[in-house]
Design a binder for this molecule. Structure first.
Ligand code: ATP
Length: 351
C-alpha cells in the first residue's frame, strides 16, 4: 500500500511556477528519492509534502489522509512527518540526549528515556549523550538529527541532501546505516539529492526531475537501462549516443554492430536514431575484428573507464577491470554487447 501519494501537484513562488503536474507514490517502508539538477524543484516538493509550501493544484495524501490541496493544508506538525536537512540544525544549547528527546516531551518520562536511549544506541552515540552539538563531527551531528527525526516515530521521513556536507567515506557508510534503520523500523523515506551515487546505492525508487517536472519515477536499474527521455539518459550514468538505423522495431544497426532488444522502438524502418551506448555495453574481446584506439583513460579503483575511438571516428566508453592496464594510443579489440535498446530521434548536430 502507498504511504505517500503525490497527485499532479503544482507549486508557485508568487506567480512563478516552480513545480508542475508532478505525481508519484511511495509504498510503505520504501526508500525513495528525487534526483535532479540544482533549481529543478526538489526541495519545493519536499516542503510541500511536509506542509511548508501550499499547492496551487493537485493533492498530497499521507497514509490515506488528504493533507494538501489548494484549499486545504494540514499543519506540518499534524502530518506525522520528520525532516532531516543538509545542515543538521540541532539545537546548539541542548545536549545530544535532549536534542533526540525534543519531539517526544509528551511521552511518559520512563518511556521517553527508553526511546532516547534505544535510538542513541542504534545510531552508535550512546556514550555521547551528554555532549553538545559543537562537540560532535559532521557525521555524528547528522546521526543525532536522524535520531531526533525518528524519535516521534513518524510515518514518513523527508531528507534534503542529508549527506552532502560529509566526506565520501562517511556519507556512504551513513547512507547505508540510515537505510538499514529505516528498513528495520518500516519508515518510509523521501530523500532529495543531486548525487546519483546516493540515489542509486540507497533507493528502491528514484524520480528524475527537470524544470519542475518529474520525467521518470523508476527503479535505479530501469532508469539506467531504460531511460524514457533523452535528458534522463544523459543525466543518469555515463554513455554516448551513436547514430543507428532502425532495422525493425526491436533492432538497430550501429557502426559497432546490431543491438537487439525485447523493448520495442516506435519508429519507421530505416529511421536514423541516436542510440545510447553505455560503458558496460562495450567489452574487450581479443577475438573480435572490431578495433578501437584508447584516447583517454580514467582510473576508478577496481575499474578503468576508457574512451575509445572506433575506426569510423565515433567515440565510445568502456569500463574494464583495472588489473589490465592499457596505454593511451594502444589499439584494442572490442565488441558490442548491449541487451537494452535505448534510442531517441536523431538530433541534428550539423554546424
Ligand atoms: P537545489 O538542488 O539547488 O537545492 P532544488 O531542485 O531543490 O535546487 P528548489 O529549491 O525547489 O530547487 O527551487 C525550485 C525553483 O524555485 C528554483 O528556480 C528556485 O530559484 C525557485 N525558488 C526556490 N525558493 C524560492 C523562494 N523562496 N522564492 C522564489 N523562488 C524560489
Amino acid at each position: 500500500m502507498n504511504l505517500l501519494e503525490v497527485k499532479s501537484i503544482e507549486c508557485q513562488y508568487d506567480t512563478r511556477v516552480a513545480v508542475t503536474e508532478l505525481s508519484f507514490a511511495a509504498s510503505r517502508g520504501s526508500f525513495t528519492c528525487l534526483l535532479g539538477p540544482s533549481g529543478c524543484g526538489k526541495t519545493t516538493v519536499l516542503r510541500a509534502i511536509a506542509g511548508f509550501h501550499p499547492l496551487t493544484a493537485g493533492e498530497i495524501w499521507i497514509d490515506g489522509r488528504l493533507v494538501s490541496k489548494p484549499s486545504v493544508s494540514v499543519a506540518p506538525e499534524k502530518r506525522r512527518v520528520g525532516m532531516v536537512f543538509q545542515e543538521s540544525a540541532l539545537f546548539p544549547h541542548l545536549t545530544v540526549y535532549d536534542n533526540v528527546g525534543f519531539g517526544i516531551k509528551k511521552l511518559e518520562p520512563e518511556q521517553r528515556k527508553q526511546n532516547i536511549q534505544r535510538l542513541l544506541q542504534r545510531i552508535g552515540l550512546a556514550d555521547m549523550a551528554q555532549r553538545y552539538p559543537h562537540e560532535l563531527s559532521g557525521g555524528q551531528q547528522q546521526r543525532v538529527a536522524l535520531a531526533r527525526a525518528l524519535a516521534p516515530n513518524p510515518d514518513l521521513i523527508l531528507m534534503d541532501e542529508p549527506f552532502s556536507n560529509l566526506d565520501i567515506e562517511t556519507r556512504e557508510r551513513l547512507g547505508y546505516e540510515v537505510r538499514d534503520i529505516f528498513k528495520e523500523q518500516g519508515t518510509t523515506c523521501v530523500l532529495v539529492t543531486h548525487d546519483q551515487n546516493d540515489a542509486f546505492a540507497l533507493c528502491d525508487r528514484v524520480g528524475v526531475m527537470r524544470e519542475g517536472r518529474l520525467l521518470q519515477w523508476d527503479t535505479p536499474y530501469r532508469l539506467y537501462h531504460e531511460p524514457c527521455t533523452r535528458f534522463v539518459a544523459d543525466f543518469i550514468g555515463e554513455g554516448v549516443f551513436l547514430p543507428g538505423r532502425l532495422l525493425d522495431s526491436r533492432a538497430v544497426e550501429t557502426g559497432l554492430g546490431v543491438i537487439r532488444s525485447e523493448r520495442s522502438y516506435n519508429g519507421d524502418v530505416g529511421d536514423i536514431l541516436d542510440v545510447l551506448i553505455r560503458p558496460d555495453d562495450i567489452i574487450f574481446d581479443q577475438d573480435s575484428d572490431l578495433t578501437a584506439t584508447i584516447v583517454r583513460k580514467a582510473f576508478k579503483g577496481p575499474e578503468i573507464l576508457y574512451t575509445l575511438r572506433v575506426d569510423d571516428g565515433n567515440q565510445v566508453l568502456s569500463l574494464f577491470p583495472s588489473h589490465a592496464d592499457y596505454q593511451l594510443g594502444e589499439s584494442v579489440s572490442i565488441r558490442l554487447q548491449a541487451d537494452h535498446l535505448v534510442a531517441f530521434p536523431r538530433v541534428d548536430r550539423a554546424p
